[in-house]
Ligand binder design. Structure first.
Ligand code: NDP
Ligand code: GDR
Length: 319
């Protein structure tokens, strides 16, 4: 019989790649969606007929119980969250409810409805924040720098705590930034590649950004969802850092993205205080050696390939 997976956040970037991957592996895929006045299935439009949708919200315990009861999953991937860091300062309570307490709610439902199900929590490199060591490993202490990161740190600990308290197969993947042509347009990578395409096509004249000095360990989302799946195929539940092990600044991203279409970013990019953050995460770089050793995982798409893939995709979309 086919394995059953429930993906929360299936309408998001990672949800779409994970759903594709699990369908290819022969899974029955259930996707949790929240009610919306207009359909927002763009990222999964091409596979939506292969997915069983269940309606639930991270804020509503009974709806989660029901989603788990309907799907009776072997594996749960908890990808749903308020995931945009700046919004977490303007909506800190909501972010805590979705991104933090939402994890406890799903785990409570899991314990009631399907305690044998394996559980994946989408944790984040943002938990390292003001980093205590370079590169960051599974053992590096956390120092979150935004309400989002604080909520993710809670989600991480409650996952580990459920594993230790109740013997659940519950794991936390500490994923560093991962991007794709399906990335939301407010995140810096997609904002840049969308901006480059607009400027190249004469639809826009400039691109306003915040700091250009922040450095991130950027990988490709399509590679990273495979690590999520691998974590749930292990004999023992454990937590893993998933990263490329290389870091680049926003400025370097700009150089490659504008360079790819024969332009110089300095002619178009302005800095706008509106996009500066109250507290910044200056540099992230992950040590992926545990994931390589135990999961046999490694990233396939390089930084340059990622940037050019995103620029080409935005050129095609807008052209
Ligand atoms: P997205 O922002 O693209 O997707 C978030 C998803 O969560 C959407 O499907 C959204 O649904 C859903 N969601 C939000 N609030 C609720 C709610 N109250 N109830 C039910 N569903 C809800 O995120 P990504 O795909 O980029 O990331 C997936 C997860 O991984 C997130 O938890 C993120 O914080 C985490 N993460 C991401 C990294 C990255 O670089 N992408 C790195 C590390 C961690 P809707 O479409 O209805 O808004
Ligand atoms: P991040 O991603 O906060 O790392 O969180 P984002 O792309 O928003 O920012 C990365 C860096 O770029 C700087 N920056 C800008 N960012 C945005 N969004 N817009 C701008 O105009 C801009 N200018 C400069 C930021 O200050 C920051 O330093 C992402 C999310 O996917 C989280 O959910 C996830 O947990 C982490 O990655 C890992």
């Amino acid at each position: 019989m086919a394995k059953k997976a429930l993906i929360t956040g299936i309408t998001g970037q990672d949800g779409s790649y994970l759903a594709e991957y699990l369908l290819d592996l022969g899974y029955d895929v259930y996707g949790m969606v929240r009610r919306s006045s207009t359909e927002n299935l763009e990222r999964i439009d091409h596979i939506k007929n292969d997915i069983e949708f269940v309606q639930a919200d991270l804020l509503d315990q009974a709806s989660l119980d029901k989603a788990l009861d309907i799907s009776q999953p072997d594996e749960i991937y908890n990808l749903a969250a308020q995931s945009f860091v700046p919004t977490s300062w303007s909506q800190p309570v909501l972010t805590g409810q979705f991104t933090g307490l939402g994890v406890t709610r799903i785990l409570e439902s899991l314990r009631q409805v399907c305690p044998e199900a394996k559980f994946y929590q989408a944790s984040s490199s943002e938990m390292f924040g003001k980093v205590r060591e370079v590169p960051q490993t599974e053992m590096t202490p956390f120092h979150p720098r935004s309400p989002y990161a604080v909520a993710k740190t809670y989600g991480h600990h409650i996952t580990v705590n459920n594993r230790e308290s109740f013997g659940l197969f519950a794991v936390s993947g500490i994923l560093f930034n991962h991007e794709s042509p399906r990335r939301g347009r407010e995140f810096v990578t997609r904002k840049i590649t969308d901006g480059v395409a607009r400027i190249k096509l004469g639809l826009s004249k400039e691109l306003a950004l915040g700091t250009l000095d922040a450095e991130r360990d950027w990988g490709f989302a399509g590679d990273y969802v495979k690590a999520m799946h691998l974590m749930l195929q292990q004999d023992e539940p454990d937590d893993f850092v998933v990263a490329t092990g290389t870091t680049h600044s926003v400025r370097q991203f700009l150089e490659v993205a504008f360079g790819h279409v024969g332009l110089n970013y300095e002619d178009y990019v302005t800095q706008d205080p509106r996009f500066m953050r109250p507290a910044e995460v200056d540099q992230l770089i992950g040590d992926n050696s545990k994931a390589k050793r135990i999961l046999g995982w490694e990233p396939k798409v390089s930084f340059e390939q990622l940037v050019t893939m995103m620029v080409d995709s935005d050129l095609e979309l807008l052209g």
